[in-house]
Design a protein around this ligand. Structure first.
Ligand SMILES: [Mn+2]
Length: 243
């Protein structure tokens, strides 16, 4: 398992991994009680793909162009295009080594960061229309319903990154996006924050996890209640961070 350390976050792969005699975990998230048998968990890595990169180096395994592309995508996405607070010298050093293999950085970046599907554009319209702020505009949030997903023919991938529009609003310390899943039986929350608020700590009490600057949780309750409960906690955290 790479980039996560809990069986219950594996989705469809959970059943398969649980049947394996041993599960190896390579991760860089804060994790008190990881699943699996063997663990290499180091939060100093900006990206989990860097751990895989280091295994290639340690093992003296040549990095093919295809492998370099995958490792670079992992590194670029986990650091938000080398812009997030976790971006460090090690991330840039490993990126340099990957670029030296001859990968097409502009093509990869275009596909990963710039290309937007029509479904995503339609979702984004709705997300921006509903964008609200709270706590003197230090919290921004929006939501997506199960019906939005149907009407725009969007999938989970189209939702990725939309939370950033809430966080990127000037003066905002915590940006959130709520999304109904399982026909409204559950709500997925994504949270992004500045260093004044710890997203992982806020969402931990809702069974979620992640990093201080980026975390997520899945709540089994109606969207309206999930939004109220989580936003109450976020507002408290923002007030605390300001104190
Ligand atoms: Mn990661």
């Amino acid at each position: 398992m790479i980039d996560l350390a809990q069986f219950n976050r594996l989705g469809d792969a959970e059943a398969v991994i649980r049947r394996c005699p041993k599960a190896l975990v390579l991760d860089h998230h804060l994790e008190d009680n990881p699943s699996g048998d063997l663990h290499f968990i180091d939060t100093s890595y900006a990206a989990a793909s860097e751990i895989v990169f280091d295994l290639f180096l340690e093992g003296g395994i040549p990095i093919s162009r295809a492998a370099a592309e995958c490792l670079y995508v992992g590194l670029a996405t986990d650091t938000g295009g080398f812009r997030f607070g976790n971006t460090n010298a090690g991330a840039h050093r490993r990126a340099a080594k990957l670029v030296e293999t001859g990968i097409d950085v502009a093509r990869i970046s275009g596909l990963v960061f710039d290309a937007i599907t029509p479904a995503k554009a339609a979702l984004l319209q709705r997300v921006l229309e509903r964008l609200e702020t709270a706590e003197n505009a230090r919290v921004a949030y929006s939501y997506i319903t199960a019906r939005d997903m149907e009407e725009t023919r969007a999938n989970g991938e189209d939702v990725e990154g939309l939370v950033n529009y809430a966080r990127n609003l000037e003066g905002v310390d915590a940006g959130l996006l709520f999304r109904e899943v399982d026909n409204g039986a559950k709500v997925k929350v994504s949270m992004r924050s500045t260093n004044r608020v710890n997203s992982a700590a806020v969402l931990k009490r809702f069974g979620g996890g992640g990093h201080a600057g980026a975390a997520g949780a899945t709540l089994e309750m109606p969207q309206a209640k999930a939004m109220k409960d989580v936003l109450d906690a976020v507002r408290a955290a923002v007030r605390e961070g300001a104190a």
